[in-house]
Design a protein around this ligand. Structure first.
Ligand SMILES: C[S@@+](CC[C@H](N)C(=O)[O-])C[C@H]1O[C@@H](n2cnc3c(N)ncnc32)[C@H](O)[C@@H]1O
Length: 228
């Protein structure tokens, strides 16, 4: 793992704002939303989630795009956006309300959030380009805490592969700025492959767990609690 430049920049730093614009473009190029929707469909298996939590949600743009695609099938969702920085613009919150979802922003470090006593059981917790920020010790704590708080967890992360590494060096072709160009390479080095997340997920007998490559550059992990 190498520290990512974006993590060291203040929210209002123009380099950070440029990098978040880049991320929105990169998600479109990587078809993140389609990958997340496929995993959500498997995770929810036709049932309608009422509560969604996105970890490391950034500016909330992925949640908003998801809401616009899903609100007809999934009305009245309570959508919580957790990030250590408060980056969600009022227009993004308005967009979520306009489709009938109820947004809430939690500006908090994920480990502080995990340390709070909380017996909420989320229908779905998900994350994009977030889990690779953490060491395996931190991931073990994070996944253990999530297993106690959700019925479904999914994440879409960089794949640690030669192809993804080559792609990360070419990210400038999408117009990405210097922060994103460096972070893209770091994030592939810190990414995942094989069953690395599954091996850290607790109590496998209580869960259906699946971990697989997705698209050209992504790695997807899905855990679904077995109902008793
Ligand atoms: C690479 S960005 C991805 C943002 C968004 N998920 C996306 O895909 O566009 C990682 C996000 O995780 C947040 N983050 C990093 N470490 C965190 C922590 N310990 N607790 C909460 N948020 C964190 C950062 O502030 C940043 O917004």
């Amino acid at each position: 793992m190498e520290p990512e430049l974006l993590d060291g920049l203040a929210a209002e730093d123009p380099r950070a704002q440029r990098s978040r614009d880049d991320l929105r473009r990169i998600h479109r190029a990587m078809a993140t939303l389609s990958i997340v929707q496929r995993a959500l469909d498997r995770g929810t298996a036709g049932s309608r989630p009422r509560t969604l939590l996105e970890l490391g949600a950034g500016d909330g743009s992925v949640m908003l795009r998801l809401a616009r695609r899903r609100a007809t099938r999934w009305p009245d969702v309570h959508a919580t956006l957790l990030d250590r920085l408060n980056l969600v613009a009022p227009q993004t919150l308005d967009g979520l309300r306009q489709v009938g979802w109820t947004p809430r922003v939690v500006a908090m470090d994920v480990f502080d959030w995990l340390a709070r006593p909380d017996d909420t059981r989320w229908d779905v917790v998900f994350a994009n380009l977030f889990m690779h920020h953490f060491s395996s010790g931190e991931l073990g704590r994070l996944l253990g805490g999530l297993a106690a708080r959700t019925r479904v967890f999914l994440c879409c992360e960089p794949r640690r592969s030669a192809l993804a590494l080559a792609g990360s060096h070419l990210i400038g072709l999408l117009g990405a700025g210097p922060v994103t160009r460096q972070d893209a390479v770091s994030s592939v080095h810190a990414g995942f492959r094989a069953q690395e997340l599954s091996d850290l997920w607790p109590d496998p007998q209580d869960w259906v767990v699946d971990e697989h490559p997705a698209g050209l550059f992504s790695h997807c992990f899905l855990a679904i609690r077995k109902e008793r």
